[in-house]
Design a protein around this ligand. Sequence first.
Ligand SMILES: [Fe+2]
Ligand SMILES: [Fe+2]
Length: 140
Amino acid sequence: MQKFYLVWDESRHALGIPSIDREHRGMMNLVNELSEAVAHGCSYAQAHRQMEKILDFAADHFAHEEAMMRQHGFPGLEQHAAEHEKLLREAAILMEMYDPAHADRAVLVTAFLTDCAESHILHEDRAISQYLEERGIREE
Ligand SMILES: [Fe+2]
Ligand SMILES: [Fe+2]
C-alpha cells in the first residue's frame, strides 16, 4: 500500500514564525502518524479518531493564523480564511465517505491531508510570513 509521508524540511517549510512553524510540524507529525497507522492496518476506529484529532488541530491552527493576519492587517485575510474553510469542508466530506464499510478509503484521506498540508504551507501560509517580513514585524 502506498504510504503518504511528510518530511519537515527547514529550508522549504519554515516560515520563521516560531509558533506557526511549531504547529505546522505538529500537523505533519499527526498526519504521518495516521499514514503509519493506516499502512499498518489499524482499525477503522483508530484511524477515525486520529482524523478527528487532525481536524481539531487544524481548526485551532487556522484560528491562530487568522488572528495573526487580522492583528497585522494582512490584506489577503479573507481569501486565506476562505481557503481554510474549504480545506475543513473538504476534509469533512472525505471523513463522511470514510465509514466502516469502506475502511480502505483511509488512504484517500491521508493522501488528501498530506497534499493539502504541504501545499497550503508552501503557498498560502508563506504569504503571511512574507508580508510580516516586508514590514519588519517579528511574531513569536
Ligand atoms: Fe498553516
Ligand atoms: Fe493557513
